[in-house]
Design a binder for this molecule. Structure first.
Ligand SMILES: Nc1nc2c(ncn2[C@@H]2O[C@H](COP(=O)(O)OP(=O)(O)O)[C@@H](O)[C@H]2O)c(=O)[nH]1
Ligand SMILES: [Mg+2]
Length: 198
């Protein structure tokens, strides 16, 4: 089994992407193993609609824990298992809320144990101010990891293509996949990338 961690800034669309990807892969429900930075753990099963209503939103840091689920993908005649984990968004500077700081540290620890990383960048964000400092730092941190791809999200929005261009120009040697977590575009390419790692 490969461990695939979804990382990025708050609000880049990590959670919506993971949930809609699971639906795209044929799942109607999702079971999460949730682990908080304080060590507490629990399991929770959602329908995908419930999960979207509970876990996705414009408020930063809705996700303050690791949410892991296992999905099964077809690779030719075989099936492969992927442990997909949603994580706490990284923001610049020192966050005022200790629980958010601890959750970010937990995600950083997880980064070292990953076998694959999907790094979500908000395409509109990347259009406005170019690639953010924190995204630059994340790319530098994971350089050398073979199972690494940048997903430029929110391609359904007007300025996102400009953001995609900025990201591609800035990181010409990395795999960059444009997606819309909302409209579920680019998912086939992400699926091929993940399956290709096996
Ligand atoms: N238009 C658009 N909005 C999106 C897309 N992906 C996420 N969002 C919105 O962005 C906000 C943050 O999404 P969320 O998945 O909670 O981001 P996270 O903090 O990275 O987990 C929510 O209001 C989502 O509906 C997308 O592809 N297109
Ligand atoms: Mg989230």
């Amino acid at each position: 089994m490969k461990h695939c961690l979804v990382i990025g800034k708050p609000n880049s669309g990590k959670t919506l992407f993971l949930l809609n990807l699971a639906e795209y892969l044929g799942y109607k429900e999702i079971e999460f193993d949730v682990e908080r930075a304080d060590g507490s753990r629990w399991q929770r099963q959602y329908t995908l609609m419930e999960a979207r209503m509970t876990l996705v939103g414009p408020t930063p840091h809705v996700t303050q824990a690791l949410y892991a689920t296992t999905v099964i993908l077809r690779k030719g005649k075989m099936t492969v298992e992927v442990r997909l984990t949603d994580s706490t968004g990284f923001c610049e500077g020192i966050h005022k809320d200790a629980s958010v700081r601890q959750a970010m540290a937990q995600t950083l620890r997880q980064l070292r144990q990953r076998s694959m990383i999907l790094h979500m960048i908000d395409g509109v964000d990347a259009a406005c101010g170019g690639v953010s400092k924190i995204d630059e730092q994340l790319v530098r941190y994971v350089t050398g990891c073979s199972g690494y791809a940048i997903l430029v999200n929110k391609m359904d929005l007007l300025r996102a293509s400009e953001g995609l261009l900025n990201v591609r120009n800035r990181f010409p040697h990395h795999m960059v996949i444009p997606v819309s977590a909302l409209k579920r575009t680019g998912f086939g390419e992400v699926r091929s990338f993940v399956v290709g790692a096996f």
